[in-house]
Design a protein around this ligand. Structure first.
Ligand code: OAD
Length: 270
């Protein structure tokens, strides 16, 4: 016997969540920019990074979202907004899924072999979940890899090279432009994504909130919706968030470290 104080380890913190996952049939994971941070993609908020050079800070610490991520910003300066989104698009294409994405894909497979499901509600526009092998992915904020015509809404997947012109003319309607197929501040989320997210949140046994600052609605509201319908709720995030106090288990960790361990605790080594 030792008198040394015992420090809760990551495993200790994850075990109650792992137990719930093992028994669950329907799991929902809401993911945010923190899940892609270990792929080298910058988050929008979070962390005390004032000592970092601007190009390593959270995006909204270096850039003003009102001049880049609104329909009004695009109307006022389509060249600047298109350039910025194209720069981010190329960053997403160059990034690789990290162990957090891969663990979520494994979680979906493990649950499927037991007749269960794992639906990812992602706020990320990078498509790294799909590239990691997740199939049931709901893109709440669209994707930056696809652009659409400002007049007809027709979609196109640009080449994996910089756009030839800024702003990019639409090939579908003379005089119209292409814009990224993402949701900007002040815009509605895609109706089908919103409906599916509400449905799976109401029906799930376990709801995980992963790498999201839980500040942007309606996405941030799904964890409470799930809890109010009886789901066990867990959060894994580097920092405390407005969701932390309301979930059953809140773990301070990187998702790239915690998610593989969580799935291993629940289902054994892969
Ligand atoms: P945020 O950038 O707001 O939050 C990312 C969260 O992840 C922060 O709480 C970080 O502390 C945390 N974090 C960072 N690295 C992590 C890691 N390795 N593991 C776990 N957590 C980590 O991103 P979102 O919540 O996704 O919308 O932001 C929501 C929306 O706000 C985005 O979709 C975007 C943004 O403005 C639009 O552009 C419309």
């Amino acid at each position: 016997m030792s008198d040394a104080p015992s420090h809760p380890t990551l495993d200790d913190a994850l075990r109650p969540l792992a137990m719930r996952l093992r028994a669950a049939r329907r799991v929902v994971a809401l993911t945010g920019a923190g899940v892609s941070a270990e792929s080298g993609l910058r988050t929008f908020r979070g962390g005390d990074d004032t000592l970092l050079p601007p190009d390593m800070r959270a995006l909204w610490a270096e850039f003003d979202p009102t001049t880049l991520a609104t329909p009004e910003a695009f109307e006022a300066d389509p060249e600047r907004v298109s350039r910025w989104y194209d720069w981010r698009r190329l960053g997403c294409l160059a990034a690789e899924p990290n162990p957090g994405h891969l663990a979520l894909a494994r979680l979906e497979r493990e649950l499927a072999t037991r007749g269960g499901t794992c639906t990812i509600l992602t706020q990320n526009v990078d498509r790294l979940h799909q590239r990691a092998g997740s199939v049931d992915v709901v893109e709440l904020h669209g994707t930056i890899l696809v652009w659409r015509c400002t007049r007809t809404g027709q979609r196109v997947t640009p080449e994996p090279t910089p756009m030839p012109a800024f702003p990019a003319p639409s090939p579908f309607a003379p005089g119209a432009l292409l814009r990224p197929d993402v949701v900007w501040f002040g815009e509605m989320l895609p109706e089908d994504a919103l409906a599916r997210a509400a449905e799976v949140s109401t029906e799930c046994d376990v709801f995980l909130s992963l790498g999201t600052s839980a500040m942007v609605y309606p996405a941030a509201g799904f964890v409470r919706l799930a809890a109010s319908h009886g789901a066990f709720t867990g959060e894994i995030n580097l920092d405390a968030t407005p969701a932390s106090g309301g979930v059953d288990v809140s773990v301070r960790a990187k998702t790239g470290q915690a998610m593989p361990r969580l799935v291993e605790l629940a289902f054994g080594a892969g």
